[in-house]
Design a protein around this ligand. Structure first.
Ligand code: ATP
Length: 258
């Protein structure tokens, strides 16, 4: 229709998602829509369930004992918990970057080539191409192009985190989940990763957990505020920050919480 912007597609959406650790119900009836090629920030006090929610999106929770889940998590309209879903393939489509950079103890090149090799790519030229594209994508290429054979462990913390992002990009995901990716980084590295996120959203859907409210405000298009396992408010970041609908959201973002 004329004058109307096309609706943004829901890349991931959940319906009545509940997650339990044993008898403890960590997440309660979560209904959320993660928009395609946008950045969604998850905020809320420690222990409210942000990481658990993030991990549910690519079934990383499957690796945690005693976890039980009810409800649905749809990726492109297919429930990722359906019995016919290939979890390896799912995690290729929905990649994850962790709080602390965790490069493998191998060369910079091999870190990035690791995923593609696992997925069967052996051709040297093809791998070279993927490694360069991924390192460029993670804004690291210029800093490491002359030392690709050096150990990744010799990189700075900020470079290691961008390497981990390159490693995720190498398998061509559609969604990138980030669990406090800047919490172990200095302000300059943090700024680099934030700029990178801004660029990445042209091609990827990004979901990021952050404790840093300014960061959520700077980099995200949408924000979800969790409290005690409930999704209290979800919406455009600008609206949630400047015109929150819920009193608890307002208290939290203005620091008057608790
Ligand atoms: N493996 C586990 N077994 C049992 N309980 C767990 C497990 N992991 C997390 N929890 C509990 O679930 C709740 C939510 O944890 P989660 O790590 O998702 O919160 P969070 O919002 O990401 O916290 P933070 O901001 O501190 O990282 C907490 O009460 C936590 O103690």
């Amino acid at each position: 229709m004329r004058g109307r912007r096309p609706a943004i597609k829901n890349k991931i959406y959940t319906r009545n998602l509940n997650i339990y650790y044993g008898e403890f119900r960590v997440l309660k009836d979560i209904n959320i829509e993660i928009k395609e090629k946008k950045v969604t920030a998850l905020i809320g006090p420690s222990g409210c369930g942000k990481s658990t929610f993030l991990r549910s999106l690519n079934r990383m929770n499957d690796l945690i004992e005693n976890t039980r889940i009810t409800g649905k998590v749809y990726l492109d309209d297919k429930d990722v918990y359906d019995s016919d879903v290939n979890v390896i393939e799912l995690r290729k489509r929905v990649g994850m970057v962790f709080q602390k950079p965790n490069p493998f103890p191998m060369s910079i090149y091999d870190n990035v080539a690791y995923g593609p090799r696992i997925h069967g790519i052996r051709d040297k030229n093809r791998l070279d191409e993927i490694v360069e594209r991924s390192l460029r994508g993670a804004a690291l290429w210029d800093e490491v192009k002359n030392r690709l054979k050096d150990s990744a462990l010799g990189l700075s913390g900020g470079q290691q985190q961008r390497l981990c992002i390159a490693r995720v990009l190498a398998v061509e995901p559609e969604v990138v989940l980030m669990d406090e990716p800047c919490s172990a980084l200095d302000p300059i590295s943090t700024m680099k990763v934030e700029e990178l996120i801004e660029q990445l959203k042209e091609n990827y859907t990004i979901v990021i957990v952050t404790h840093n409210m300014q960061q959520a405000g700077r980099i995200s298009d949408f924000t979800a505020f969790f409290l005690s396992g409930e999704l209290v408010e979800f919406g455009l970041t600008k609206e949630l920050f400047y015109n929150p609908k819920n009193k608890k959201t307002e208290e939290y973002i203005t620091g008057r919480f608790g």
